[in-house]
Design a binder for this molecule. Sequence first.
Ligand SMILES: Cc1cc2nc3c(=O)[nH]c(=O)nc-3n(C[C@H](O)[C@H](O)[C@H](O)COP(=O)(O)O)c2cc1C
Length: 143
Amino acid sequence: MKVLVTYYSKSGNTAAMAKVLSGALEQRGAEVVQKEAGQTTPEDLLSADAVAVGSPDYFSYVAGQVKTLFDEALSEKSKLSGKPGGCFSSHGGGARIKEPFEHLVEAVGLKLVAPCVLSHDAPAGKTVDELHSLAAALCDAAG
Ligand SMILES: Cc1cc2nc3c(=O)[nH]c(=O)nc-3n(C[C@H](O)[C@H](O)[C@H](O)COP(=O)(O)O)c2cc1C
């Protein structure tokens, strides 16, 4: 099972979340493809069995690179329909990104398998557990 973990990170916190998530996916036997959002194409989403998208909280929304990926993926909505998806975000204390991020995942046809995982700065403690839960949900849904 191939899982795409695509994300944008400027100061490393979201990248640290991607690393924890990818490690948890690999522990469950998944083949993980990690890509920066700006280097990710809709074809990358189509070729994966499950997709996780990460972004810092920028003004209570996703970063521009991640928004562009969703903009481009919309044209493939019918083919992405029902594919297991998840999202994760690092924030500076606001964390209002959750609902808009989850909406974007579903708007391109992905099936959200777990709530968006939120981390105040770098992941630790409960957030690490939640990333492991997201990995489990993605693997279970992708079969
Ligand atoms: C342009 C910009 C906008 C931001 N807006 C928010 C915000 O609205 N709410 C919030 O909680 N944090 C906000 N932050 C803080 C980042 O989400 C936080 O530092 C995050 O951990 C950065 O992730 P990264 O290390 O992966 O780049 C903002 C940071 C930047 C640079």
